[in-house]
Design a protein around this ligand. Structure first.
Ligand code: KG4
Ligand code: ZN
Length: 356
C-alpha cells in the first residue's frame, strides 16, 4: 500500500511516501523542511511563525516527497496526517492540506496520533518487529512509558508529571548559551564532560515511589541553580560565558542524571510487564548517552531493542506513514470534517470516533 504521510505538529514540515504491506515496511522518500533556524532567533518555537512557515513550505515538501519516491499522485492509495497532539495552528496546516488532497484524489484519509507515530519510527525496515512491546517516548513534549498491546493500542503506564525530558535539555542549553534546540549541543558537551571524574550532585527525575512516573522540574531547577551560583561566584557579567570545563561538567552531570533516572523506571517497567521487545523513540532518543544506557539495559534483560536511526528520532513523516498503515488496517479513518487537537486528552476523545 502506497501511503503519502504529512507531519506538521511543531516546527518541521515533513512529507514521506512509504510502501507498507504485511511483510514490507519500506521508505520511498522522506522530506523534512526544518524551521529551526527561524525559531533559534527567539530561543524557542514561536507558534504563529511556525504555522505561517508550514503554510509556505507544505506544497513544495509534498511535491518533493512524491517525486523523490519516483511515483505520481495517481499511484497513491492513502493520505496520512498527524492530527494531534501539537501546536494547533501548525497541525491545522497539515490537516487542511491532507484533507484537500484526499478529497481531490478520492483517497482514504488516515488520522495519526503524533505520540504513537514516534514509536513507529522504529518500524520501517523491521517487519519482524511485532507488538506487544514496551515503548518509551522521550521528546520535547513527552516522557512516557507505554504497554503497547498492538500498534494501535498504547496503554500509558508511566509519564512525566511536569516537564518533558527534551524541555529540560532545551532549558539548560538555553541558559548555558547553547544554540536552540539545546539537546544535541548538550549531547556533545556531555561527551567531553564525561571524560572527567567531577560530577555535580543533582536530583533524579525518577519519582521515588512505586509509580513509573518522572518529574524533570526539580532536576531542571537544581541544575539552573548550580549555573546561577557559579555565575555569581565568578562575578560574570551577562554577556560573559561560564568556563567551558564547568559547562561540560553541568552537561555531563545533567545528562547522566537524566539517563540513570529514565533507565531506572524503564528497568522497573521491563520487570513489571515482562516484555522483551523494547522500542525507544522521540527527539531525545537521539541522545548518544541515553542510547548507550538503554542498550546496556536491553542487554542485561535479553531484550530485543528497536531504536530508530537518529534521523528518524525527531519529527518526520516516515513515522506518520508507518503508524498510518496499522491504523488503516484497524479501520481508523477520518471524515472530511477532521479537525486538529492540541492536547493528548482531546486527541483521545476524537480518536474514539474514528473507528469505522
Ligand atoms: O520528538 P521531537 O522532535 O519533538 C517533539 O515531539 O517534542 O523532540 C524534540 C526534542 C528537543 O527538546 C530536542 O532538544 C531534543 O528532542 N533532542 C535531544 C537530542 N536531539 C534532539 N535531546 C538530547 N540529546 C539529543 N541528541
Ligand atoms: Zn515529536
Amino acid at each position: 500500500m502506497l501511503i503519502l504521510a504529512i507531519e506538521s505538529s511543531c516546527d518541521e514540515t515533513a512529507a514521506a511516501v512509504l510502501a507498507m504491506e504485511e511483510n514490507r515496511r519500506d521508505v520511498l522518500s522522506n522530506i523534512v523542511a526544518s524551521q529551526i533556524d527561524t525559531h533559534a532567533l527567539y530561543g524557542g518555537v514561536v507558534p504563529e511563525i511556525a504555522s505561517r512557515a508550514h503554510a509556505e513550505a507544505i506544497s513544495k515538501v509534498v511535491e518533493d516527497a512524491v517525486s523523490a519516491a519516483g511515483i505520481t499522485l495517481k499511484d497513491l492509495e492513502a493520505i496520512a496526517v498527524t492530527f494531534a497532539p501539537g501546536l494547533i495552528g501548525s497541525l491545522l496546516v497539515g490537516v487542511c492540506f491532507a484533507k484537500s488532497l484526499a478529497y481531490a484524489l478520492h483517497l482514504p484519509l488516515i488520522p495519526v496520533n503524533h505520540i504513537r507515530a514516534h514509536a513507529a519510527a522504529a518500524y520501517p525496515g523491521h517487519p519482524e518487529l511485532k507488538a506487544p512491546y514496551l515503548g518509551l517516548i522521550v521528546s520535547g513534549g513527552h516522557t512516557s512509558l507505554f504497554d503497547v498491546k498492538d500498534f494501535t493500542e498504547f496503554v500509558e503506564i508511566g509519564s512525566t508529571r511536569d516537564d518533558a525530558a527534551g524541555e529540560a535539555f532545551d532549558k539548560i542549553g538555553r541558559v548555558m548559551g547553547l544554540p536552540y534546540p539545546g539537546g544535541s549541543a548538550m549531547d556533545k558537551l556531555a561527551a567531553e564532560g564525561k571524560k572527567r571524574t567531577e560530577r555535580l550532585p543533582l536530583p533524579s527525575p525518577a519519582i521515588a515511589d512505586d509509580s513509573l512516573d518522572f518529574s524533570f522540574s526539580g532536576l531542571k531547577t537544581a541544575t539552573l541553580n548550580l549555573i546561577h551560583n557559579e555565575r555569581q561566584k565568578l562575578k560574570l557579567a551577562d554577556h560573559e560565558e561560564l568556563p567551558l570545563a564547568f559547562r561540560e561538567a553541568i552537561a555531563a552531570s545533567f545528562t547522566e542524571t537524566v539517563v540513570s533516572g529514565i533507565c531506572l523506571k524503564l528497568e522497573e517497567a521491563i520487570r513489571r510487564t515482562g516484555h522483551r521487545t523494547l522500542v525507544v523513540a522521540g527527539g531525545v532518543a537521539a541522545n548518544s548517552h541515553l542510547r548507550e544506557g538503554i542498550e546496556a539495559l536491553a542487554k542485561k534483560y535479553g531484550c530485543q531493542l528497536f531504536l530508530p536511526p537518529r534521523s528518524l528520532c525527531g519529527d518526520n513523516a516516515v513515522m506518520v506513514g508507518a503508524e498510518a498503515y496499522f491504523d488503516y488496517k484497524k479501520g481508523i479513518l477520518a471524515p472530511m470534517t477532521l479537525n486538529a487537537f492540541a492536547s493528548d486528552e482531546s486527541a483521545e476523545v476524537a480518536e474514539a470516533s474514528f473507528i469505522s
